[in-house]
Design a protein around this ligand. Structure first.
Ligand code: MG
Length: 393
């Protein structure tokens, strides 16, 4: 009898707002995938990593870092978890008497004790999964309406690894395929096929990395927390005839606009400089030179979105920003709410993270003489990975 691990690494980072697959995020110098694989080395004879199609090389680079003397295969995952597991089963050399462990690589804090508990229970009873008794009241709802409240004492939050005899699992997948049944975990296929599944005690620290908050929780469990960073931005544009006045992405009716290579949105430029400065990434001129024809007349909101992507690629997200626009005229107060909402949408954050305000300069200086508008911004950014700087693509 051998033990085969199917390690699911085909997820995305979309719920973290990441471009890269979250399994490649670095925590304390090791990727999520590497940490997950390492945890199972003492338990597995064969490891099959289900990677996202097109990521074989990247996944291979991580698995190579793990000393493992058993059989290692890299297999493309499917459209969802069930397809991925099925791909893995079909590519494994498993025999009916073998034991299959299935684990989400996003649960990279799994402990040896938990793996052992699940494995031993499956060896004894055929199939087992780790679960935590629900501590919150859970309600069944549809379209914002509560339908019912199930008895909490019967509810468990289920984790991975899930473990099962290979013959049971193969039968359960064949049955699901025949019936067109789709499950959200492997145990639901076993249940569907009528096999008993034992529940063993899960662990609170065995979190699934899904959001940026989970990453910070994982860092604090591992003792790796990093500090937030501050940034400041300042920009000025002069007034010109026959230009639209765009501030924070909002067109303001006014007799003049601001002169610039892009749409000359001075407020967005100040915010971008603050964000780039906080991340230690230089300034707006470095990333979006005004000699580049691609940026001629472009909406600065697009450049702001690109700045968010640069921050994400370097492991940061915006916590909050405060902007001040200095203009003698026009009166900006009526537009503040729309400006805030427009910026929040471009940044992909809740408007509560932003504050936009306007001031005159009491007639003093170039703003007071109505030669132009200036803007200043400060922001705080938070690290979303322990190592901070995966290379920007
Ligand atoms: Mg500018």
């Amino acid at each position: 009898m051998k033990t085969v691990l199917l390690l699911l690494a085909a997820g995305s980072g979309s719920r973290m707002g990441l471009k890269q697959n979250k399994v490649f995020l670095s925590l304390g110098g090791k990727s999520v995938l590497q940490r997950s694989m390492e945890a199972f080395v003492p338990f597995a004879d064969e490891i099959i990593v289900l990677h996202r199609p097109g990521e074989e090389e990247a996944a291979g680079a991580e698995t190579e870092k793990v000393p493992f003397s058993g059989v290692l295969r890299l297999v493309p995952g499917g459209a969802d978890r069930q397809d991925s597991v099925e791909n893995g089963l079909s590519r494994s050399g498993c025999r009916p008497e073998d034991l299959i462990l299935i684990h989400d690589s996003a649960r990279c804090l799994v402990s040896p004790g938990l793996i052992r508990r699940v494995r031993d229970a499956a060896l004894e009873k055929g199939a087992s999964i780790p679960g935590l008794p629900a501590t919150n009241t859970i309600k069944v709802c549809r379209e914002d309406q509560v339908l019912q409240t199930p008895d909490r004492s019967l509810l468990y939050e289920i984790q991975t690894p899930q473990a099962c005899r290979a013959d049971w699992l193969l039968q359960a997948f064949a049955r699901a395929r025949g019936d067109g049944f789709r499950g959200t975990d492997d145990a639901s296929l076993l249940e569907h096929a009528g096999f008993p599944v034992a529940v063993v005690r899960g662990e609170r620290n065995n979190i699934k990395l899904t959001t940026g908050e989970d990453i910070r929780m994982a860092e604090s469990i591992l003792g790796l927390s990093r500090l937030p960073r501050v940034g400041h931005g300042y920009d000025v544009h002069r007034f010109a005839e026959d230009r639209k006045l765009i501030l924070c992405g909002v067109e303001i009716p006014w007799e003049k606009g601001l002169l610039g290579h892009s749409d000359a949105d001075v407020a967005v430029h100040a915010l971008m400089d603050a964000m780039l400065g906080a991340a230690g990434l230089g300034d707006i001129g470095l990333h979006f030179p005004d000699t580049d024809p691609r940026y001629e007349g472009i909406s600065s909101l697009l450049l702001l979105k690109e700045t968010v992507r640069l921050l994400q690629a370097n492991g940061y997200e915006l916590l909050n920003a405060d902007l001040t626009i200095a203009a003698q005229k026009p009166k900006l107060r009526p537009y503040i709410a729309r400006m805030t909402e427009t910026l929040a949408a471009a940044l992909g954050v809740d408007p509560s993270r932003l504050n936009v305000k306007a001031t005159t300069t009491e007639g003093l200086g170039f703003e007071g003489r109505m030669e132009g508008i200036s803007a200043q911004a400060v922001c705080l950014i938070l690290p979303v990975t322990a190592e901070g700087t995966p290379a920007a693509p």
